[in-house]
Structures are given as structure tokens and as C-alpha cells.
Design a protein around this ligand. Structure first.
Ligand code: ACO
Length: 328
């Protein structure tokens, strides 16, 4: 059984409730049918029942829950949003307007315990999907940074990662993390690698320098983040600063960082900022032919995950399954 099949199987045992706020969008509707039929999760689509009937007349949605905001009361969600954000200057009128946005409504369903996780982004930007979660759901206890990782599944026969599976972070959320935030990203990505992929994490803090080969404030940030991550997670195999070749290639790792438990064996790559992370995962996806699953958000108190706007139905199914595994 491959990794994604395994994740879907584990998700079906978890039996979680996942809300898809882009509920009138064709890929989301098709994914909802597949998820329900394969019992990966219980899905709620936020959608107009009339639009669904008109646009998808032959589709079997009998096991899919449809939440139509025109036919169901949303008052408790407006009350909750107002309560949470009035100290930030939000008025009740603002709350009414925001709850009319399905991304806010879906997030409030999570907040109020009416769903366990949310997946969106087929027709909305990353920022628009995550902002309600950052404002409403907030970070899990003890965590101050929300970040993300991608699960990178290399083509068959690849010598990289654990059985060809690697985790890259952060490629989608924090534009310019400081050393403290980068340490958080490393620890959270290692935890995701373990919980979602069953990987024994070996975390490389990437830079354009290996163990002092270059001097620059951008290198200093990675050195400081590595020290902080080691302090906060002393049992984790983590090392830096490492160049990508020293992290991945055994002979180069031995040459450039001979005493490292990670160099040449890394399966979790931590990029110093969002530019390098986003460019890096897309290069590996396109040039190496890796499957990129994610971004998987880390650090939220309840799981919300973002899709790429180019996502397929299968991508939505997979991200829903992973979201189910992140639910408490
Ligand atoms: N962790 C924890 N809390 C956060 C974080 C974070 N990473 N970022 C923002 N917040 C909190 C803020 O403290 C604030 O809380 P408050 O309102 O209660 O005070 C709230 O979230 C909103 O903060 P803003 O700064 O107004 O949020 P912003 O509009 O900057 O949105 C976002 C945050 C969406 C994560 C932004 O950083 C962003 O757009 N990141 C880049 C996303 C992106 O474009 N990725 C690339 C494409 S993805 C792909 O290719 C797959």
C-alpha cells in the first residue's frame, strides 16, 4: 500500500467531519462524492441547495451534508465571531458581512465544534483561506507560529528521503520567519513528517552555507534557528546550517559535515524563507517529477488546509484525508 492509500485508510478509521466551503465548485463536489463513498470522512459542503440541484443534477450526494446558509441559521456563528473579534474593533455588522463569506463560515463551524477540519483553496488564495483561521482558530497551546509543509513523494526508485518520501517546510505560509519562527517551523514539520507520513525525521536547516563556509546575516539566522530548535526539541535529529547537497548526498554530507547525524540523510528540509521554500518545492515537483501533496498547515488549534488553485479532485481527496489525521 502506498503512502496516500495508507493515509486515506487511517483517515477512514478516524471518521472526522470535514467542511468544504467552496461547495459549489465542481472539483469540490466531485471530491465530496468520492470522500463519502470511500468513507474517508463525513463531508459538509457549504453551498446553495438550489445551485447544487441545478448544476449537478445526476450527482449522488446522498451521503454528503449540504449546509445552505440561506436555509440554516448562521446567528450563532455571527455571535461567536463578534465575541472573538470585538476587541479588535469588529462590529456586529462587520461580523454579519464576514459570515456571508463561506471561508469565514466554515472556519466558525470548526470553532463552534460543528466540524473537525476544513479544506479550501480550489478557488481562493492561500491568504484568504488562512486569514480566518489565524484570526479565529488561533495557534495550538504552546505554539506561536502557524506554518506549512509539503509532503514530497519522489518518483519510484529515488534514493532520497525515507522510501522516497520527504517533507519540505515552510513553502506556503510565513514569508520571512525570524530565527524563533524558523525553529518552530522545523519542529512542526518534523512532527508532521512523523504523524502523517510515519517518517523518522532527520531535519536539515538549509542555507547557502555549510557549517560556517559563508558568513552573512542570512546564515546567522539559520544557525540561531538550529540552536533554538535543538534546545526546544533535544531528542530531534536536526542539523544546520547545511547546503542542499550536504543535506541530501551522502558523499557531500561526509565531506562538508562529517560529524552530522543528518547531513547526507535528511528527509525533512527546512527552507530559510518562503521565497526559497516555494521555489524549491515547485522545482522538485516539476524538474524531478515528484508528487507534491499540500500545503499542510501546522500549528493551528484545529486543522485548516489550503489547496492549490490548480488542484485535481484527487488532490482534494488526499488533503481531506490528511486533515482528518490532524484532527484531535
Ligand atoms: N502564525 C500565527 N499567527 C499569525 C501568523 C502566523 N504565521 N500570521 C498572521 N498571524 C495572525 C496575526 O497575529 C493576526 O492576529 P490578530 O488579528 O488576532 O491580531 C492575524 O493572524 C491576521 O494577521 P495579518 O497579519 O493581518 O494576516 P495577513 O493578512 O498577513 O495573513 C498570511 C497572514 C495569510 C499567512 C500571510 O502571511 C500570507 O499571505 N502568507 C503568504 C501566503 C502565500 O501567498 N503563499 C504562497 C502561495 S502558496 C502555494 O504556492 C501552495
Amino acid at each position: 500500500m502506498d503512502l496516500l492509500q495508507n493515509i486515506c485508510k487511517k483517515a477512514s478509521l478516524a471518521n472526522k467531519r470535514i467542511v468544504l466551503p467552496e461547495g459549489e465548485e465542481p472539483r469540490s463536489v466531485e471530491a465530496a462524492v468520492k470522500i463519502s463513498q470511500s468513507k474517508i470522512a463525513k463531508v459538509t459542503l457549504i453551498a446553495s441547495e438550489d445551485v447544487i440541484k441545478k448544476k449537478y443534477p445526476g450527482t449522488n450526494l446522498k451521503d454528503v451534508n449540504i449546509f445552505d446558509p440561506k436555509k440554516n441559521s448562521v446567528d450563532k456563528y455571527i455571535d461567536r465571531l463578534f465575541e472573538l473579534r470585538k476587541k479588535k474593533g469588529l462590529t456586529r455588522e462587520d461580523a454579519v458581512k464576514l459570515v456571508a463569506n463561506p471561508l469565514y463560515l466554515g472556519t466558525l463551524m470548526l470553532e463552534c465544534g460543528d466540524a473537525d477540519g476544513m479544506v479550501a483553496g480550489a478557488i481562493n488564495s492561500t491568504g484568504d483561506v488562512l486569514r480566518p483561521a489565524l484570526q479565529i482558530i488561533k495557534t495550538a497551546p504552546g505554539i506561536s507560529t502557524v506554518s506549512s509543509c509539503f509532503i514530497m513523494i519522489m518518483p519510484k526508485g529515488s534514493k532520497y528521503g525515507q522510501d522516497g518520501v520527504m517533507v519540505f517546510g515552510d513553502c506556503a505560509v510565513m514569508p520571512n520567519p525570524n530565527a524563533e519562527q524558523l525553529a518552530d517551523i522545523a519542529i512542526a514539520s518534523a512532527a508532521s513528517a512523523k504523524s502523517i507520513c510515519g517518517i523518522d525525521p532527520k531535519v536539515a536547516m538549509l542555507s547557502f552555507s555549510t557549517k560556517g563556509s559563508a558568513k552573512h546575516e542570512l546564515v546567522d539566522k539559520v544557525v540561531e534557528a538550529t540552536a533554538l530548535a535543538k534546545k526546544y526539541a533535544p531528542d530531534l535529529d536536526i542539523d544546520g546550517e547545511l547546503q542542499a547537497d550536504a543535506a541530501l548526498v551522502e558523499s557531500v554530507g561526509k565531506l562538508k559535515s562529517p560529524d552530522s547525524a543528518v547531513a547526507g540523510k535528511a528527509n525533512v528540509l527546512i527552507f530559510p524563507d518562503l521565497a526559497s521554500g516555494n521555489i524549491g518545492y515547485k522545482l522538485v515537483q516539476r524538474l524531478a517529477g515528484a508528487e507534491a501533496v499540500g500545503p499542510i498547515c501546522q500549528g493551528l488549534n484545529k486543522p485548516v488546509n489550503d489547496l492549490s488553485r490548480g488542484c485535481s479532485v484527487e488532490d482534494i481527496v488526499n488533503v481531506v484525508a490528511m486533515t482528518a489525521l490532524q484532527c484531535k
